[in-house]
Design a binder for this molecule. Structure first.
Ligand code: 6PG
Length: 229
């Protein structure tokens, strides 16, 4: 695997992830005047987001996008937006914003179109990815409806709908496309545990082993793996 950054403890990993996101946001504020980080949900990254929210950044000029979303409202326990709202509460209270993927009262595909329009103009200064023990990243699930477009390197779409019957939390998903991820200035993959380490070691050798293997290839510019046991 290309140069994974391995940390002694999960605390050190979360500190580093928060620092790397903050650094990307600060650099973007200097060069672009605004900044945007695309963040994953799942169980792993919340401690990094809680640390990030304690940084003294120019929050009103910072927005957060979702890497992917379960098709449930923000007050649902499975909602990634809900997770971000809880973990990033101090930053949001100080003026940062979240660009939702979920919209109520719409079908999955209608909501995907709304999110696609909302996300089309966003510049991702960093995208923080996670990975499931089945090897999925974002909501790129093998065999799902929507897989082809979600993992297309060339689609003009930024957000697409996915139906993945076995996906945790919710089978209906909205996700950034692989092409959209190619527009991110930095892409980092935050994983913990021996099982995911072994999986990503194999995944980068063969994209047929795990969707996360796609992160090692174009159009993603470069991938930094961050890991602790
Ligand atoms: C989601 C995620 C997803 C996540 C992995 C890892 O909504 O499912 O954004 O891609 O990163 O499933 O999840 P854990 O951190 O819970 O293992």
């Amino acid at each position: 695997m290309s140069n994974p950054l391995c940390f002694e403890t999960r605390d050190a990993l979360m500190d580093a992830a928060a620092e790397r996101i903050a650094e990307s946001l600060e650099n973007a504020l200097k060069t672009r005047g605004i900044a945007c980080a695309a963040l994953s949900g799942g169980r792993t990254p919340a401690p990094a987001y809680e640390r990030l929210a304690r940084y003294d950044l120019d929050w009103p000029r910072i927005s957060f996008a979702l890497v992917d979303e379960r098709f449930v409202p923000p007050d649902h326990a499975a909602s990634n937006e809900g997770l971000l709202r809880r973990a990033l509460a101090p930053a949001l209270a100080n003026g940062a914003e979240i660009a939702p993927m979920f919209t109520p009262d719409l079908s999955l595909h209608e909501a995907a179109d709304v999110a696609n329009a909302r996300y089309a103009h966003l510049v991702f200064d960093i995208a923080l990815m996670g990975m499931g023990t089945d090897g999925h990243t974002a909501s790129w699930f093998k065999g799902s409806q929507g897989w082809d477009e979600a993992t297309s390197a060339d689609t003009p779409r930024t957000v697409v709908a996915v139906r993945a019957p076995d996906a945790a939390g919710a089978p209906e998903r909205l996700t950034l496309t692989r092409a959209a991820l190619g527009r991110a200035a930095r892409v980092e993959l935050l994983i913990t545990g021996e099982e995911k380490y072994r999986l990503i070691g194999g995944a980068h050798m063969s994209t047929s082993l795990a969707p996360a293997g796609l992160l090692f290839h174009r159009p993603v510019r470069s991938l930094q793996v961050l890991w602790a046991a």
